[in-house]
Write a protein that binds this ligand. Structure first.
Ligand SMILES: [Zn+2]
Length: 248
């Protein structure tokens, strides 16, 4: 008999896991406010606005960013329309975690050796250290190198292509792998809410290693971006609490 699926964690539990995932910057929750250690104003958690998927992507609040539960594991589950776990983010929170301007973010980038090249990754929130652990685990499997390098980039202060919200690349907390094997819903001629099918070309052991160290994979999104990984330890923690697996 398959193991029973754990109940989806409620918002309070998700927020607790969020705070625990970023101890450098977050200190707790008080009512509808997220408390930060930077001495600045607390951030509202739920703006109270009803949003469809596109407006949540364009202007998500913290609660929106935790709503879809990311599934874990070396398997692919075909996502239903608009299931994009992790793609909704709160720009306000990301800016408090990593920096409000390109210059502020750049000041915290550190070099990370990556299969013959050097990447620039934020040291904030432990992201660079986590990517080094990913690299060390991947390096034990030389056959994977062709998928990993050259990396198509880490830090790049920009908005998501065709969208008003910031890309995680702006914060130096995302990495794109070798584009040779990439499938991206925009390149495939997709439209929001209607994307063509694709067959992922990256070995799933890569995905499993990234997830082990706090990164989510863009290949799990309905609006897929298979070369893309981003550091979202709160979503990995929520996935574990929910018992959310891609392997069933
Ligand atoms: Zn990317």
């Amino acid at each position: 008999m398959p193991a029973a699926r754990a109940a989806e964690p409620d918002l309070a539990t998700r927020l607790k896991l969020l705070v625990e995932a970023y101890p450098e910057s977050l200190s707790g929750v008080e009512g509808n406010m997220l408390l930060l250690r930077d001495g600045g104003e607390p951030l509202p958690i739920d703006d109270g606005k009803a949003k469809d998927h596109q407006s949540a992507l364009a202007g998500g609040d913290i609660e929106d960013s935790l709503r879809q539960i990311y599934p874990l594991g070396a398997c692919e589950a075909k996502p239903v329309v608009d299931f994009d776990p992790g793609r909704i983010r709160s720009d306000a929170l990301m800016m408090r975690l990593y920096g409000r301007t390109a210059k502020a973010v750049e000041g915290d980038l550190v070099p990370v050796a990556w299969f013959g090249t050097t990447l620039r990754v934020t040291k904030r929130q432990g992201a660079a250290a986590a990517l080094e652990k990913v690299r060390d685990a991947l390096a034990e499997r030389p056959a994977l190198k062709r998928y990993l390098a050259p990396s198509a980039g880490t830090f790049n202060w920009r908005r998501v292509s065709g969208a008003p919200n910031m890309s995680v690349h702006s914060f130096g907390a995302a990495i794109d792998l070798n584009t040779t094997f990439a499938d991206y819903w925009v390149w495939s001629g997709g439209k929001p809410g209607k994307v063509p099918r694709h067959a992922n070309r990256y070995p799933l052991e890569i995905v499993e290693i990234f997830e082990r160290h706090g990164f989510i994979w863009g290949g799990r999104w309905y609006h897929y971006d298979t070369m893309h990984f981003e550091y979202r330890p709160e979503l990995i923690a929520i996935a574990k609490a929910a018992g959310a697996s891609a392997c069933r």
